[in-house]
Write a protein of this length. Structure first.
Length: 163
């Protein structure tokens, strides 16, 4: 992937390299740097680069920018919402983009901290039904106490709610 600047009508320039990046046979969508956690182990607080990809977004892209950056790929296994932020903070954007990508025939996965229901104050899973094929929840802790220490004490109860 090159570092060409992508310009969309009525949008500011956006480096497609930081928005969409490829690892093996998966295409990753980095749609926000915001997160509901502040994990002690998260590398984003020191460096926003991952495997040679700069994930520092200049702004949060709209659905049209994301879809344009994705383009068409016949050689990928899945598209993953995952970056150095919690994609489901931007639930409306995820729904629009996932709907279009499913229509294009892609398999969709979301990597998440599992706190979206708490963040949005409702069960969002029915909204993802039929659009998302797989949800990978990153716990990074064996129990609620460790989870609260490593992630965000505000959401320590989410550890048990995830199950």
């Amino acid at each position: 992937m090159d570092n060409t600047t992508l310009t969309i009508e009525n949008a500011s320039p956006l480096s497609s390299a930081s928005l969409v990046y490829r690892i093996r046979n998966s295409l990753y969508l980095n749609i926000t740097n915001r997160c509901s956690n502040r994990c002690t182990f998260c590398p984003k607080f020191e460096d926003l680069n991952l495997k040679g990809h700069n994930l520092a977004l200049e702004h949060e892209p709209n659905p049209q920018e994301i879809l344009a950056a994705v383009g068409e790929h016949s050689d990928i296994d899945e598209i993953v919402f995952c970056g150095f932020g919690e994609s489901l903070i931007r639930l409306d954007t995820v729904l629009v983009v996932a709907r279009e990508l499913k229509q294009r025939g892609y398999r969709i996965r979301i990597n998440t901290d599992g706190q979206a229901n708490l963040l949005h104050g409702r069960n969002i899973l029915p909204e993802l039904a039929g659009l998302v094929d797989c949800i990978s929840v990153s716990l990074n802790a064996p129990n609620a106490a460790t989870y609260g220490e490593k992630k965000n004490k505000k959401f320590f109860q989410s550890f048990s709610l995830i199950f």
